[in-house]
Design a binder for this molecule. Structure first.
Ligand code: NAG
Ligand code: NAG
Ligand code: NAG
Length: 592
């Protein structure tokens, strides 16, 4: 390129204004029973004008850890914000880990953006601690504060770090909508400066509060705005193959849940309807904000991104309403993007996760790869057809979780008679794999039981193939279940403590030669011994936070040469740590 062209190119780059970002982040919406199709404004103004990502997942199915994952671009085990309250999570842990000084809002400001935030930022961000210290990274903000965040008519909010204001009697999504519209007006005043506005309503989270200081919890059905009462009266949770059915060969706490009674099923349908009603106010807000952008002529230079923190289950596998699980209901989440260059009405098949959100936003802001923050564990989500065609596709999403599973609703935790309200042993590591040839979910729980679902054959996860792998009369990618489990065990072994490239290209850690890029490659019979001899993913106890000492072997063997691997600064012989493990000699789902 000659000098003239180079100068011209630079000049035009300087002139091209960075695009704005409007990020709408709901709470517990999920995709499978998430009511997206009842949101007409979202459908018409965002989805039909942009791209819907069919294989987008959260990395952890719980609000605060999931938000930490999104705002940092780091895997939950790297943020070490692994729960909703101290000592392992909530705003105090966000501050303690340093995330409040080093995360996406601050990076966006450095990239030249004005940043605005309305709604829920963190759990355990309260009237008592909102100023100790203030949440950083925002030009203007108005945060919902705990334990009032989930009270639909009793919001407590701090605007620009001032003394919290009470909104008793006002519907919280409408309060947020007004505030978001106001911030948008402010952002659009100076057309030379790009902005990022996040609106994070509490809808459609269950109504109530969890107040650790008082030891009280109440999570009833969500509350709608009065004008949406009576909608969706005939709506039901889909009665798919998993609804009110136990998993065949189930393990862990989900294996012996009692059948839901007629009364409970009726309530679950009502709970579902209340979620849909609560989402209508969000949908109106979407319409209002898009209209405003259009009126100000900024719609074409704005990315509108819609998602939620984690999914939700309602009666599947007999579970009371809730999240926290690795099942598809809980980890498959909406991602819809409208914006410059995003193909209209496109349906994207790339496998992506919330770990990719931060690099994607930074890349939209024009931050070059070399200027990205260190230690990001994800990669940019392709938003144009060209990017999507060129995308170096991965097929895996790492999923992890620490802590119990809470049953919400009146037959869950808040019912004093309920024996099924809180399931303590719910810590796990898992992986979701999606390719043209297979679709799998594999998990290892903290009680060392395992689950494997072949979701090409069994999309609703009705049969656990890991319990009796040798008996499972099924082939996956033309191989028997034990061999597949050996590979998935090694994959989780890498992912459960990965950073950076190891999270993006885990197979390369096992095969530095680069000849194994996916499960299909790894299933080559010449690797049978190698995978059979990997240490086994295991836990020594169920903890509510990331304590390495409880999380079993931290080593994996590398193919070729000595079977040892440096981790934590030490060389160790693989034979010395963890027993040799051959899934073929063991029933993977042993309940011990
Ligand atoms: C994560 O944070 C907890 C609580 O602050 C701490 O006890 C634990 O050691 C941390 N884990 C790691 C791996 O740093
Ligand atoms: C919402 O939850 C609170 C408890 O936190 C409860 O007192 C209130 O009655 C609930 N509201 C509705 C409309 O269910
Ligand atoms: C879409 O948004 C507009 C503008 O706020 C609103 O008037 C309308 O009711 C919304 N549509 C639906 C279906 O909610």
């Amino acid at each position: 390129m000659n000098l003239f062209l180079a100068v011209l190119l630079l000049a035009s780059l300087a002139l091209a204004k960075q695009p704005n970002i409007l990020f709408i982040l709901t709470d517990d919406q999920g995709k499978l029973v998430g009511g997206l199709d009842t949101m007409k404004n979202l459908t018409n103004l965002v989805a039909k004008k942009g791209a819907t990502y069919n294989k987008h997942y959260c990395s952890v199915a719980l609000c605060c850890p999931s938000r930490a994952n999104m705002w940092s671009g780091r895997m939950p085990h790297n943020t070490n914000v692994t729960n909703v309250e101290p000592p392992y999570g909530g705003y105090p842990q966000v501050v303690k880990t340093g995330m409040n000084d080093d995360y996406l809002p601050i990076w966006m400001q450095k990239a030249g953006y004005k940043t605005y935030y309305v709604g829920k930022l963190w759990n355990a961000h309260t009237e008592e601690n909102y100023d100790a210290p203030f949440a950083k990274g925002f030009d203007q903000s108005d945060f919902l504060l705990d334990p009032w965040t989930y009270r639909y008519n009793n919001a407590r909010m701090t605007r620009n770090n001032k003394k919290p204001v009470h909104y008793d009697g006002s519907y919280s999504t409408d309060v947020l909508s007004d505030k978001a519209a106001g911030f948008l007006d402010d952002a659009l005043k100076d057309p030379s400066k790009p902005w990022m506005l996040t609106v994070a309503p509490n809808a459609p989270h269950s109504n109530g509060s969890h107040d650790p200081s008082k030891g009280t919890t109440w999570f009833g059905e969500p509350v709608s705005a009065p004008r949406h009462k009576g909608l969706f009266e005939n709506e039901q949770v889909p009665r798919d193959a998993s609804f009110n059915k136990l998993i065949e060969n189930g393990v862990g706490w989900t294996k012996d849940l009692p059948a839901l009674t007629e009364k409970e099923i009726k309530y679950i349908d009502y709970f579902h309807q209340q979620r849909l009603r609560a989402l209508q106010a969000v949908d109106e807000m979407v319409g209002r904000l898009v209209q405003k952008l259009e009126k100000k002529g900024e719609l074409d230079n704005t990315y509108i991104i819609y998602s939620t923190d984690n999914g939700y289950h309602l009666g599947q596998h007999r579970m009371q309403p809730g999240k926290n699980c690795g099942y598809e209901t809980d980890i498959s989440v909406p991602l819809i993007i409208r914006g410059p260059g995003v193909p209209e009405g496109a349906s994207m098949d790339v496998v992506t996760s919330h770990t990719d959100i931060a690099p994607t936003f930074l890349s939209i802001a024009g931050v070059a790869d070399k200027d990205m923050p260190k230690d990001l564990d994800g990669k940019k989500i392709p938003t144009t057809k060209d990017e999507s065609d060129k995308h170096d596709r991965t097929e895996h999403v790492a999923v992890e979780y620490w802590g119990g599973a809470v049953a919400e609703g009146i037959y869950g935790l808040i019912s004093p008679k309920s024996k099924h309200g809180f399931h303590e042993e719910n810590t796990y590591k898992a992986v979701r794999l999606v390719s043209d040839d297979y679709s799998l979910y594999y998990s290892v729980w903290c009680t060392n039981v395992r689950e494997l679902f072949d979701m090409k054959e069994d999309p609703h996860q009705t049969t656990n193939l890991a319990k009796n792998p040798k008996q499972a009369n099924r082939q996956i990618a033309k191989h028997g279940i034990p061999k597949v489990m050996n590979r998935l065990n090694a994959l989780i072994l890498v992912l459960k403590s990965c950073t950076g490239d190891a999270c993006r290209e885990p197979w390369k850690q096992l095969h530095p030669g680069g000849n194994v890029k996916n499960l299909a490659d790894a299933l080559n019979p010449s690797f049978d011994q190698f995978y059979a001899r990997q240490p086994k993913v295991s836990f020594s106890s169920c903890k509510t936070g990331y304590l390495i000492s409880e999380e079993g072997p931290q080593h994996f063997n590398v193919f070729g040469g000595a079977e040892k691997r440096e981790l934590n600064g030490q060389w160790e012989d693989s034979d010395a740590v963890g027993e040799d493990y051959d899934h073929e000699d063991e029933e993977g789902g042993d309940d011990n």
